[in-house]
Design a protein. Sequence first.
Length: 97
Amino acid sequence: METTGSPGQHPVLVVPAALTFADVPLLCERLRGLYRAGAREVVCDLGAVTRADLAVVEAVARLRLTARRAGGRVLLRNAGAGLVALLELTGLGLDSP
């Protein structure tokens, strides 16, 4: 899991390809750190995720909840077609609030 970004752009939180349920708290902590550092919107890059499963759905749900609690917003990017379909099915689509 890495965080990238440059001045004037939204910070980017990169979700790893082999995401497990155990990784979710660390992702949320990194997101909280970005908000503490002054970010209001963070891009969550899902491009490395190759398998759309419940761990990824859990991560997206928790990241959105973490963002809402911090008064910020998470923007999901680079999700594969299978993950997009699964997120839409669960009500967590890319454009959901």
